[in-house]
Design a protein. Structure first.
Length: 165
């Protein structure tokens, strides 16, 4: 078993622990997030607000993500940082491509999983055709939890996909 396979199994295990803990309590992850965000407490209410995907080549990264996800990315510059902003119609989380001296793409950092709702395969099928590399093909987590896949984007970031079917 390769080092990368072991890492992938560890990541999968962590995702499963989180999902199973929500299932055992009878709540979904989205219910847990809503419940946490709606509580009137003085504590911190963690949720994902913005995801920045570090890149080194804005044109290449925008081209990749626009083609793979069939979206239009808005390009903006703030101070000396270039941003590619994903459309965020009614989404809680904003996704941004970020290019600047403090942003370094990596396959070893935090992994975000983008929800593909019903089936991740159509999106995954566009990854390699647009310069990315599939690390883990569509794989079943369990019948209740659906499927996941991992790929490297054109910048070298490891990105996950998740779907029910």
């Amino acid at each position: 078993m390769t080092r990368q396979s072991i890492k992938n199994l560890i990541y999968l295990f962590l995702v499963l622990v989180i999902i199973v803990s929500c299932k055992e309590s009878g709540d979904s992850i989205s219910n847990k997030v809503s419940e946490t965000n709606n509580k009137d407490s003085k504590g911190i209410k963690p949720f994902v607000s913005i995801v920045e995907i570090p890149i080194t080549n804005m044109i290449r990264a925008i081209s990749f993500y626009e083609k793979v996800f069939n979206i239009k990315i808005e390009r903006v510059t703030m101070l000396d940082t270039e941003l590619g902003i994903f459309p965020s119609e009614k989404q809680v989380t904003n996704i941004v491509l970020a290019k600047g001296s403090d942003y370094k793409p990596s396959a070893d950092g935090v992994v975000i999983y983008l929800s593909m709702e019903n089936d991740l395969q159509p999106v995954l099928g566009l990854v390699e055709a647009n310069g990315g590399k599939i690390i883990v093909p569509k794989s079943e987590i369990s019948p209740e939890m659906g499927f996941y896949a991992l790929f490297l984007d054109t910048e070298g970031n490891r990105i996950g996909l998740h779907s029910r079917e």
